[in-house]
Design a protein around this ligand. Structure first.
Ligand SMILES: Nc1ncnc2c1ncn2[C@@H]1O[C@H](COP(=O)(O)OP(=O)(O)OP(=O)(O)O)[C@@H](O)[C@H]1O
Length: 636
């Protein structure tokens, strides 16, 4: 009986892929590849197996020539996991993209200086050209002048900088530091344009494996394609990914279709994580986008999915969601469903979290700008970090009377107490007093209620308590500038979308900073797809509320059939461009595929009946899996 079960089991379905990878990972005859691997297909295991294979086969030859195997992962957590599972083997360099890029360019100070000089000159020239075209005396002009000034200052000091620095997990606000996007741009440009750099790179790393390649910076992937093409016989580039799980705008759109013909494209078909029912659901979801279908492991249980569709204006949504969890407990017999802290509650987008937690205005200001969105949502956006990492901890310490914490923060972060400043001043005590006066001045803003972010930034700009990021300075300049006197000038020369977003951010109350900080630190009761990338949970609840999202970037009402696609959606789809339905489908796929046992989806819709009809007609759900009210479950 056992033998029969083993003989018919599909659990070894993908084992051949590991053998194929071993063939591609050849030092003598490398074959670059794109490993297509959907949700829960065991990418980490394949990656670790590939690394172990390389160590076993080539350790000595690689060592002899000081060569290593490189791996780029998306998160620090993934890096740690792979490093641990390969037992901290120094043959492997496992890094996130920023850390890896820096490792390659660090020390090339002359080249970095030349790149920065050229880049700053271009940026200044562009701003000057805009200024010449624009109108003098406008807010836009004030913002441009501020940007030109800070870029010019950086340009003037460039020659003095001997050694550039960078910290992949820090703020990089020192004069000699590069910022996050510069590091990726510099590395990509060097790889693209410097044959010597290409040669050195390939010599050092004959094998480079990239996990989550669908979300890896487009510029870097393009540069690596060039390197691979030039050194196809000496360099093996292995991309691992799933196009359906691309969730960041920086990733390469349709990476799968750009894979060169000479590459191998192995596919993993098995889903090790999800139960049968959930695999069928995610297959249906992705069916609208491509033809990849997964198979569930036949030793996995059936599992549960339920879709609850409630009216958009339902009263007391949190209570309704608790009754959904209670219902799921009755349905599945899993008592942990009734305890919210033991369920993974996900939202498809951040709008809902922002509204429920209290940072909606800040969210609407910043998340609407493409260039800002990723950084804003992962907490790395400099203007937001200025408030969350410097101002907020100081204000909180002051309000709690925690002098020690407040002093430590100012000592470590204030330019007023920087080494340079203290050295240049023969009376350090006076400098300390100046810093204390700056803190006192800041705190007076709370005397009459919560100040705006603008009031806080303006106060700090005057006292120099903390360094203000350049972009925020430019926005502050625009905000404080008196509007142009000549009628029509402001309309004819409006501020850029970026500056407008930052000005709207400055208009927010400072009280929005604390909930935002908690959210990006994952201290919220719910998480989003970004926060759960690569993770898995027993019971998953997905909340969808277009009313709260205001249809801004996503549209599950469209995905779920309650609303027709807009004319813009149809035009984009016809032009081969991404639509909000495509984006939503991917987020839906990522969130649903996190579940190991059971999945409850809760959608608030203007037309619950249409959603119900649509999802049943499209065979996403059976009729008895879609509920519009919560029945009394026998054991509920
Ligand atoms: N060959 C295997 N046999 C048994 N379990 C496996 C196998 N490969 C992976 N798993 C398990 O399946 C689950 C999913 O694996 P993993 O997290 O590596 O998937 P993934 O491909 O990274 O998924 P995703 O892209 O959805 O994050 C994990 O619990 C892992 O331990």
């Amino acid at each position: 009986m056992n033998n029969l079960a083993t003989a018919t089991s599909n659990v070894t379905l993908d084992d051949h892929v590991e053998d194929e990878l071993a063939e591609f990972l050849s030092l003598e005859k490398p074959t670059s590849f794109f490993l297509f691997a959907g949700a829960g297909s065991g990418k980490t295991r394949s990656l670790v197996n590939a690394l172990n294979y390389l160590a076993k086969t080539y350790r000595d030859v690689l060592r002899l020539r000081g060569r290593q195997v490189a791996v780029i992962t998306y998160t620090n957590a993934a890096c740690d996991e792979i490093t641990r599972r390969t037992e901290y083997d120094s043959l492997f360099v496992v890094r996130t993209i920023h850390s890896f890029a820096w490792l390659q360019i660090q020390g090339f100070n002359t080249d970095i200086r030349a790149w920065l000089k050229n880049n700053l000159q271009h940026e200044i020239a562009d701003l000057q050209a805009e200024e010449a075209k624009g109108r003098a005396g406008t807010k836009a002009s004030a913002a441009r002048q501020a940007q030109i000034d800070s870029k010019q200052r950086r340009l003037d000091r460039l020659a003095e900088i001997r050694t550039f620095t960078y910290n992949p997990t820090g703020d990089n606000r020192e004069r000699h530091a590069l910022n996050h996007s510069e590091v990726i741009k510099i590395f990509s440009t060097f790889l693209f344009t410097k044959p010597l750099m290409q040669r050195m790179f390939v010599e050092k790393f004959p094998f480079l494996l990239i996990d989550e390649s669908q979300d890896t910076s487009r510029a870097l992937i393009d540069a690596l394609f060039v390197v691979q093409n030039a050194y196809a016989d000496r360099f093996c580039l292995g991309l691992i990914g799933d196009t359906m799980q691309r969730i960041y705008p920086d990733g390469k759109d349709r990476i799968e279709s750009e894979i060169p013909e000479s590459w191998a494209t192995p596919v993993k078909k098995l889903n090790h994580r999800c139960p049968q029912r959930i695999v069928r659901l995610i297959n249906q979801i992705r069916g609208g986008a491509d033809d990849h279908k997964q198979e569930p492991r036949d030793d996995r249980p059936e599992g549960w999915v339920r879709l609850f569709v409630f009216p958009i204006d339902a009263a007391d949504k949190p209570a309704l969601e608790q009754s959904v969890r209670d219902y799921m407990m009755g349905l599945t017999g899993d008592r942990d469903w009734s305890d919210a802290s033991k369920c993974k509650i996900l939202t498809l987008e951040h709008h809902m979290a922002a509204r429920r937690m209290g940072f909606l205005q800040m969210f609407e200001a910043l998340a609407s700008v493409d260039d800002y969105r990723t950084g804003f949502l992962d907490g790395s956006f400099a203007p937001a970090r200025f408030f969350t990492h410097y101002v907020l901890p100081l204000v909180t310490a002051q309000q709690k009377g925690d002098k020690f914490a407040a002093t430590k923060l100012v000592r470590e972060s204030s330019p007023l107490l920087s080494k340079e400043n203290l050295k240049a001043n023969d009376r350090p005590i006076a400098q300390l007093r100046t810093a204390q006066a700056a803190v006192n001045s800041l705190m007076t803003l709370w005397a009459s209620g919560e100040p705006t972010c603008a009031a806080v930034a303006e106060n700090i700009a005057q006292t120099n308590l903390f360094a203000i990021p350049d972009s925020l300075k430019a926005a502050l300049a625009a905000k404080l500038a008196t509007p142009a006197e000549k009628p029509g000038d402001e309309e004819a020369d409006p501020v850029s979308d970026q500056i407008a977003a930052l000005v709207a951010f400055l208009d927010c109350s400072f009280s929005e900073i604390a909930p935002y900080a908690a959210y990006v630190a994952h201290q919220a009761p719910f998480d989003t797809h970004q926060g759960v990338k690569g993770l898995e949970f027993e019971r998953v609840m997905v909340l969808m509320d277009d009313g709260e999202a205001r249809g801004f970037l996503f549209g599950y009402d469209k995905l779920l059939g309650a609303k027709a696609p807009t004319a813009a959606d149809i035009k984009n789809a016809q032009g081969g461009k991404e639509t909000s339905i495509d984006r939503t489908r991917r987020l839906f796929y990522v969130t649903c595929s996190r579940a190991r046992s059971s999945l409850a989806l809760v959608a608030y819709s203007p037309d619950p009946a249409a959603v119900r009809a649509h999802v049943i007609a499209n065979a996403w759900f059976d009729a008895d899996e879609v509920l519009s009210e919560i029945p009394n479950y026998p054991d509920g």
